[in-house]
Design a protein around this ligand. Structure first.
Ligand code: APR
Ligand code: PHB
Length: 386
């Protein structure tokens, strides 16, 4: 079998890339290790920047998003119970949309006309340093081979693509945090109209939402915490303690329909091109979820990659593929910086002690009193221009 582009991974990055290529008439095959239900079962963030919405429009996959997505004009900060709203619309005339990543994935799956090969085992990219790369995979005990012009590694943090590159060709930048987020999904209306990011000496908390009747809440926990140790009652009690009293009073609790712990990590691999292999999305970088940047960053990577691959395939110009890595890394590092900053402001760091807490407080006070600081937050949160 032969195609223009083999895409490894059918998460949001791989599916969006596949869709943009398909619409431009570039042939692409997507290889995914899991089945569609498994892919749709992963619960992840749900805040879309305007650039991501525009890309869903371009992918002709945005009808449901425009009907069901919730426009948010700001976010709320709470610091030891003191509150400050950041009004994106008033500050910079922009907003975000709350629409679950699961729904983005579903819409992209439904929009795709060409088949995606699910349950592909032992996927391996080969010879991407030369002119004739190919990818092998196994299905039902048979090994298959797909010859191609380019390979796109959209296979997430633990995927095979980055691991196939000689380690000497890669520079990895990484920071792990000594905590994770314990998240819970519940069929109850959200506690507030907008997202609430809360700092408390007991730890960070976030009140998010998926729809007018479904809410998502998180509390910071030690990285080695066991999810089994958290009954729903314990979770709700802890969350209430970390919110301002007015917010805690409005909290509607109920049985969790999902509960899990996610570690926090900052990670960037450089470069993102190795001959005819390109890395995009979580395969290339991870941000802690505090700035809601993971999905948006993956989407902006693949928008640039799609344009580069279309130009290379149809116009036979290598300008875009040559520029890809440097171009997307500029934006990636800005999102890394913002996500690290939000994480540093809002979490409790055991090692920084009383001095660290006073610095955090002072950062929050500065934010409350400075329109410039609020504008900076607003432009980063709603998405910097690409
Ligand atoms: N072969 C084939 N598929 C693979 C392999 C492999 N060896 N390894 C991983 N995959 C698949 C995974 O099963 C998954 O479906 O690649 C896909 C990667 O998807 P994601 O992890 O969702 O990554 P990405 O598409 O880059 O999306 C980024 O996900 O983690 C969030 O915050 C992040 O929202 C952002 C988004
Ligand atoms: C979520 O809704 O899951 C969510 C929202 C905002 C974040 C992180 C996660 O910053």
């Amino acid at each position: 079998m032969r195609t223009n582009v083999v895409i490894i991974g059918a998460g949001p990055a791989g599916l969006m890339l596949g869709r943009l290529l398909e619409l431009a008439g570039v042939d692409a095959v997507i290889l995914e290790r899991k089945n569609p239900d498994y892919v749709l079962g992963r619960i992840r963030a749900g805040v879309l920047e305007q650039g991501t919405i525009d890309l869903m429009d371009r992918a002709e996959a945005s009808t449901r998003l425009h009907a069901e997505g919730l426009i948010h004009h700001g976010i709320d900060f709470s610091f030891d119970g003191d509150r400050q709203r950041i009004d994106f619309s008033a500050l910079i005339g922009r907003h975000v949309m709350v629409y679950g990543q699961t729904e983005v994935t579903r819409d992209l799956m439904n929009a795709r006309k060409a088949p995606t090969i699910y349950e592909a085992e032992d996927v391996e990219p080969h010879d991407f340093d030369g002119k004739s790369p190919y990818v092998t995979y196994k299905q039902g005990g048979t090994t298959h081979r797909i010859d191609c012009d380019y390979i796109a590694g959209c296979d997430g943090f633990r995927g095979v693509s980055r691991q196939s590159v000689p380690q000497s060709a890669l520079t990895l930048y990484e920071r792990t945090y000594p905590f994770g987020w314990l998240g819970i999904l519940v069929d109850k209306p959200p506690v507030a109209g907008e997202l609430v990011y809360a700092h408390h000496e007991r730890g960070f908390a976030l009140c998010s939402q998926r729809s007018p009747t479904r809410s998502r809440y998180y509390v910071q926990v030690p990285v080695d915490e066991n999810v089994e140790a958290w009954s729903d009652t314990r979770f709700w009690d802890e969350l209430r303690l970390r919110l301002s009293p007015e917010t805690a009073e409005n909290l509607q609790t109920g049985p969790s329909i999902e509960k899990s712990i996610a570690p926090l990590r900052s990670f960037v691999a450089e470069p993102l091109r190795f001959g005819r292999l390109f890395l995009a999305g979580d395969a290339a970088h991870i941000v802690p979820p505090t700035g809601a940047k993971g999905l948006n960053l993956a989407m902006s990577d693949v928008a640039t990659l799609a344009d580069a691959l279309i130009e290379a395939t149809i116009e036979k110009s290598n300008a875009g593929v040559n520029a890809y890595s440097a171009k997307v890394l500029q934006r990636i590092w800005k999102a890394e910086r913002f996500s690290w900053w939000m994480t540093s402001l809002l979490h409790t760091f055991p090692e920084t002690g009383a001095f660290g807490r006073r610095i955090q407080r002072s950062e929050f006070d500065y934010l409350c009193g400075s329109q410039a600081a609020q504008q900076s937050l607003a432009e980063n949160y709603t998405g910097l221009p690409s």
